[in-house]
Design a protein. Structure first.
Length: 364
């Protein structure tokens, strides 16, 4: 708390704040910091919640270095103001004690399909306006990607549980383990009196690579792995394709679940990795091993397999893609070449591979 106040004192409270301008939801950052400095935490928390009911979540998972923190004027010649840490402190305190009231009473029934970030936010907004809201989700608990896609050591489930309590207090009916479509259709919802339906089912289907080896038993998709890592038996040696936030989460979770060697495989250098710098540093601290497969020359079996695969692919550099522009079994262009190499690596070394795509974004 004391350190955060010292950081708040460094803030210039800019009139045309770059931090606010680069926030996707235009959070009133200077005003919140001003109230924080004055000790008016409830007022600051109310501003954050009214602007974004999921402020407690966004404070933790948003890519701050590309938004508020990365555009702080203090960061030009020094360290930027860590507003995200203040936002987390204020929002969690406000969320713990808040008692929301309805501001109206409507007869219309609204169905919200998907209890992820969008579904939770819209349910809170509509319920406060007095609508009769029913929240449907295919999982046993609400949260969507917040609960099943982001590791709990990054985002505690207790935060999501608190949102569930708030929804129940507002009169929202929650239907867990309910898949809309096979049994309950949209026509059925309208037949039962719902006046509107919001569909926010997320992006649970993984992005496939369409290359040979993808169906092998030791190849898994990171988005599926992160849902329930305890049911997977990855073995002692794991390779993760990709270097986004999902890849970093998958690598760290694999390490926490018993993998002795975890390799992050990426076709470019560190400076080009799409993950946030914070996630990259945390992954390094978790003793996750990074390989630049275009340069690495280690003496163990995995490195030998990598080098052999690189040599073979170079010989096939003139192989063309298939007519429909989908990569064939001997992909030779940028991403495809490296991806094929990674599949070959796993087959040769007998490890497990996790494929991480860029579908999941952190900014809610």
């Amino acid at each position: 708390m004391k350190e955060l106040r010292l950081e708040a004192d460094r803030c210039l409270l800019c009139k045309n704040a770059r931090c606010k301008a680069n926030c996707p939801i235009s959070t009133e950052i200077p005003e919140v910091i001003r109230l924080f400095k004055e000790g008016k935490l409830d007022e600051a928390g109310e501003i954050l919640f009214e602007n974004n009911p999921l402020s407690a979540v966004c404070a933790i998972v948003c890519p701050h270095e590309d938004q508020c923190k990365g555009n702080c004027i203090r960061g030009i010649k020094g360290e930027p103001i860590p507003f995200c840490e203040m936002e987390e402190f204020i929002s969690l305190k406000y969320l713990k004690n808040v008692k929301l009231e309805k501001v109206g009473n409507r007869d219309e029934r609204i169905a919200i399909i998907g209890a992820g970030p969008a579904g939770i936010t819209l349910s809170i907004i509509l319920a406060r306006k007095g609508f009769k809201v029913t929240l449907f989700d295919a999982h046993e608990k609400i949260g969507g990607v917040l609960r099943y896609g982001i590791p709990e050591y990054r985002l505690h489930n207790s935060i999501i549980d608190r949102y569930e309590e708030i929804l129940i207090e507002l009169g929202v009916k929650i239907r867990p383990n309910t898949l809309i479509g096979p049994v309950l259709t949209l026509d059925k919802l309208f037949f039962d009196g719902y006046k509107a339906v919001f569909i926010g089912t997320g992006v649970w289907n993984p992005k496939t690579l369409n290359i040979k080896g993808e169906s092998l038993g030791n190849v898994h998709y990171a988005i599926d792995y992160l849902k329930s890592p305890n049911v997977y038996n990855l073995g002692k040696r794991v390779a993760v394709i990709g270097a986004g936030n999902v890849a970093m989460d998958a690598a760290r979770v694999a390490k926490r679940n018993g993998a002795e060697e975890v390799y992050i495989l990426y076709r470019k250098g560190f400076e080009n990795m799409p993950c946030t710098r914070a996630e990259l540093e945390e992954a390094k601290e978790a003793v996750v091993r990074d390989l630049d497969i275009t340069k690495q020359a280690e003496v163990d079996k995995m490195a030998e397999a990598i080098q052999k695969a690189i040599d073979n692919l170079k010989k096939k550099a003139n192989v063309q893609s298939t007519p429909d522009n989908k990569p064939n079994n001997s992909v030779t262009t940028g991403d495809g070449t490296m991806i094929l190499l990674m599949i070959m690596l796993v087959v040769v070394s007998g490890g497990t591979i996790l494929i991480a795509d860029k579908k999941r974004r952190r900014n809610s």
